[in-house]
Design a protein around this ligand. Structure first.
Ligand SMILES: Nc1ncnc2c1ncn2[C@@H]1O[C@H](COP(=O)(O)OP(=O)(O)OP(=O)(O)O)[C@@H](O)[C@H]1O
Ligand SMILES: CC(C)(CO)[C@@H](O)C(=O)NCCC(=O)O
Ligand SMILES: [K+]
Length: 271
């Protein structure tokens, strides 16, 4: 099994995975001030809770969209696993052809999700990731990453609303059970959930129209399981999509990575 660490803007997902299965998957909060030792303790605690030791882990990979934490987490994982840890970045083999204006600016999380998409599902693909941001990845029938969308995630949208409206307070992100709200809280709950669900349905229609093809639609991220039940289109929920993508990237690059680490050419340059 390898250790896969996905650093998002809100949460860090720590998972143990191999081609057979996911052994554990846990979230800790993304805290920008934590030290290497504190993240090392997080990793150690997750392993301890599940009864795994360092010997059970054959390697590690970090995927991050928070640049100031990337290296701290890499060193933290190296402290625990006592081996070089791979970082998802441009230059690695992925099997995905990124047709963007600036391919190296594409978020590593979007790369990992798309790699998992082309590995485990039928292309073309539309992939929604409902986290801090809601992102949409579009992969065509030739496994080209052709673009997507980025818009505010549900929690970020709600926070902006309550900050700007004097009479509105925070609500839990849960369905009120009906579309037409009868009180402030239900109106807000219905509004945030149904507006996002309807957006997803509508976005799928528009992307398929622009693609000229029907696509496999996937969803992942902390909020996917809350929103998907309100969508009308068929959408496959895969909460382990990023971990699966990180495993594939690890496998495709592991030999070159080990060789470059061995010859001291720099632990994190692979090609
Ligand atoms: N059970 C929950 N109830 C309410 N909000 C939640 C819940 N779980 C996650 N969230 C919200 O979902 C968002 C985080 O989703 P996720 O765990 O996918 O985070 P992330 O991976 O850090 O996001 P990103 O990858 O976009 O940076 C946050 O806005 C968080 O407040
Ligand atoms: C859009 C987010 C924040 C989603 O996590 C992340 O993928 C990111 O910071 N991306 C960089 C910009 C881009 O992907 O075009
Ligand atoms: K940011």
């Amino acid at each position: 099994m390898i250790l896969a660490i996905d650093i998002g803007n809100t949460n860090i997902v720590i998972g143990g995975i191999d081609e057979k299965k996911t052994y554990f998957i846990e979230r800790v909060s993304t805290v920008r001030t934590k030290t290497e030792l504190e993240y090392a303790i997080d990793i150690k605690n997750v392993l301890d809770i599940y009864g795994y030791s360092v010997e059970d882990i054959s390697g590690g990979i970090v995927c991050s969209v928070v640049p100031q934490i990337t290296n701290i987490m890499r060193v933290a994982a190296e402290k625990i696993l006592r081996r070089d840890i791979m970082v998802v970045k441009s230059g690695l083999k992925t099997g995905l052809n990124i047709l963007m204006d600036f391919p190296n600016q594409l978020g590593s999380d979007l790369v990992a999700a798309s790699v998992a998409g082309i590995t485990h599902y039928q292309v073309p693909l539309i992939i929604f990731d409902l986290g801090t941001a809601t992102t949409v990845c579009v992969v065509d029938d030739k496994k080209n990453y052709i673009g997507g969308m980025i818009y505010p995630g549900l929690r970020v949208s709600l926070d902006a609303l309550t900050e700007n409206a004097a009479q509105l307070q925070g609500v839990a992100l849960e369905s009120p059970g009906r579309v037409i709200g009868k009180n402030t809280i239900d109106c807000m709950k219905s509004g945030i959930l149904n507006s996002n669900a309807a957006a997803i349905d509508g976005i799928i229609d528009r992307i398929e129209e622009e693609l000229g093809q029907k696509a496999t639609v996937l969803a992942t991220g902390g909020l996917a399981k809350t929103v998907l039940p309100l969508c009308r289109r068929e959408i496959i929920l895969d909460e382990e999509l990023l971990l699966k993508g990180m495993l594939t990237i690890y496998q495709k690059n592991h030999a070159a990575f080990a060789a470059s680490a061995e010859t001291g050419k720099g632990a994190d340059s692979c090609g």
